[in-house]
Ligand binder design. Structure first.
Ligand SMILES: [Zn+2]
Length: 212
């Protein structure tokens, strides 16, 4: 782990290396952004998605919070989403959770109603209660936490589809495709979560015009 001063030294080394490869790298980077992806992920320090996908600066427009929540009353998130969809016209929206998520574990273990974190995580507790039977049928605690992580991603995807900025876009025909991921931090691999498109269309969660 680097100490504080080493961060600044590492930055200068990286700048030099970049300029050795391409003397116009920062000149070009400063011209503007056109990222194809909006990434909504967890704040966890082990989740730098550009590292896991070997992506360069400029690929991801990013919103992160504890346990990758999508709330329709979160101004920070709504502004990020609207800018990504309306101005940047991103092609894909990715909601990503990760196994071994502290937020999921806290919601599962000891949700104390008095703290801010507990309030933030309360919707995950609700997901757990809604899927009590499925979760209790799993053999191990790790399997239950992993499944809750996946269910949490699915729940946030539902919220994305319910937002008017997304629904309007889908109805108008030019819209980003929506994806769910779980980063398996134990293997480093990304797991794609299958969205039950037809089921959600029949329930009105996804507008019928949406095509994968
Ligand atoms: Zn997390």
């Amino acid at each position: 782990m680097q100490n504080y001063n080493e961060l600044l030294e590492a930055n200068l080394e990286w700048v030099e290396k970049r300029l050795d490869l391409d003397k116009d790298y920062f000149k070009n980077l400063s011209k503007g952004q056109n990222p194809p992806f909006l990434y909504i992920g967890c704040s966890d320090s082990r989740m730098p998605i550009d590292t896991f996908t070997q992506s360069e600066p400029g690929s991801f427009f990013i919103h992160r919070n504890i346990a990758n929540q999508v709330f329709s009353n979160d101004m920070n998130f709504l502004a990020t989403l609207e800018y990504a969809v309306e101005q940047l016209e991103v092609e894909h929206i990715i909601v990503s959770g990760h196994y071994e998520c502290g937020g999921i574990k806290t919601a599962h273990d000891k949700c104390r109603h008095s703290s801010i974190i507990s309030s933030w995580l309360m919707p995950i507790k609700k997901i757990e209660v809604e899927h009590k039977e499925e979760l209790e049928n799993l053999a191990t605690e790790q399997e239950r936490l992993d499944r809750l992580t996946e269910l949490n991603v699915l729940e946030q995807l539902k919220h994305i589809f319910e937002l008017s900025v997304i629904r309007n876009r889908i109805e108008n025909g030019k819209y980003p495709r929506v994806h769910g991921w779980v980063l398996d931090i134990r293997s480093g691999k990304i797991v794609e979560i299958e969205i039950p498109i037809e089921d959600w269309k029949s329930k009105g969660i996804i507008p019928k015009e949406y095509q994968v």
